[in-house]
Write a protein that binds this ligand. Structure first.
Ligand code: TMP
Ligand code: MG
Length: 286
């Protein structure tokens, strides 16, 4: 059915269930389908050439517009909070206030840097960011078949939009909900617009007012793509889900986190920098 599922990176706890969901999505047809995806480390790569790829926040942090002193502070925040973010031994309730702390402190630091709206394109061009291999096929296919792609990101909206724009795949079927920068009349960053989206509040609570899900209530088949345990709730606002296939990229601390990922995601992709499996499933469905 989907030869890509034979790849060595693929782990599935309940293969029959996965096949049944994929078959049901195919039966319902592409008019009933939507794809809901995280951005950082899901559509973008985790590693490239043996090094870590940047998140949308990291792209700003590493850029020439940030002072050396603030660079160090942002790096310290990352080194303190990232291990908490991915710690399989802490509950979401424990993590949530700490993530709010991380995002708030990082956004405060960034807002003091006089970042100019007009510099964003250049900052992205000069960064090491890479989309996962196969992104062209993914975006092109979804566009061709009019399947909405909803990107739900706790990253920086202005940066990730620029990434997909520069990759020439920011098609009309792509919608983004994320943290957007608020610039003053002179195009200088003053603050971030609310509501704040962090790793563990990607659900209904931040989608109210976007009306995005209202429009999509007829799309009852969902393919959900994420890399964090926080991404699992991204489809919670869709009123009538009939079939949902959750695909999780397990990028980091693979051994420690495997059990939890296999319980939560239908398909787990371990250290897989490609979109091959997603594209294979879509090829079968279309
Ligand atoms: P997401 O992939 O769920 O949209 O979350 C964005 C990622 O951004 C999350 O894994 C943590 C990361 N991040 C940074 O790299 N630097 C930061 O300053 C902040 C606040 C988050
Ligand atoms: Mg992510």
């Amino acid at each position: 059915m989907v030869p890509e599922l034979e790849k060595a990176t693929v782990r599935i706890q309940r293969p029959e269930r996965v096949m049944a969901i994929i078959r049901a999505i195919k039966e319902q047809g592409m008019n009933k389908l939507q794809v809901i995806s995280d951005f950082d480390m899901t559509l973008s790569r985790f590693g490239c050439n043996g090094r870590r790829c940047p998140t949308s926040h990291n792209i700003l942090d590493n850029s020439r517009v940030i002072s050396e002193d603030s660079k160090k502070k942002l790096k310290d925040l990352l080194h303190y909070y990232y291990p908490i973010e991915i710690d399989p031994n802490r509950t979401l309730e424990e993590k949530r206030p700490l993530m709010v702390e991380w995002w708030t402190r990082a956004h405060e630091l960034l807002s003091q840097q006089k970042i100019q709206k007009g510099d964003i394109a250049q900052i992205v061009r000069e960064s090491d960011v890479m989309l996962r291999d196969g992104f062209n096929e993914l975006f092109d296919q979804l566009h061709k078949y009019n399947v909405p792609l909803f990107i739900f990101s706790a990253g920086v909206g202005d940066i990730l939009e620029e990434i997909i724009r520069q990759a020439n795949v920011f098609y009309s079927n792509v919608n983004v909900v994320s943290n957007y920068m608020d610039f003053d009349d002179n195009g200088i960053l003053k603050r971030f617009k609310g509501p704040l989206i962090h790793t563990y509040n990607k659900n209904n609570s931040v989608l109210q007012g976007t009306e995005y899900f209202q429009q999509l209530s007829t799309r009852t088949s969902i393919i959900l793509l994420g890399d964090s345990m926080g991404d699992l709730t991204m489809a919670d606002g869709v009123p009538s889900v009939e079939n949902i296939l959750k695909i999780g990229f397990l990028n980091d601390k693979v051994e420690e986190r495997r059990g939890k990922y296999l319980d939560a995601y239908d398909i787990v992709l371990e250290s897989d920098e490609t979109l091959d499996v997603v594209n294979g499933i879509l090829r079968y469905i279309f």
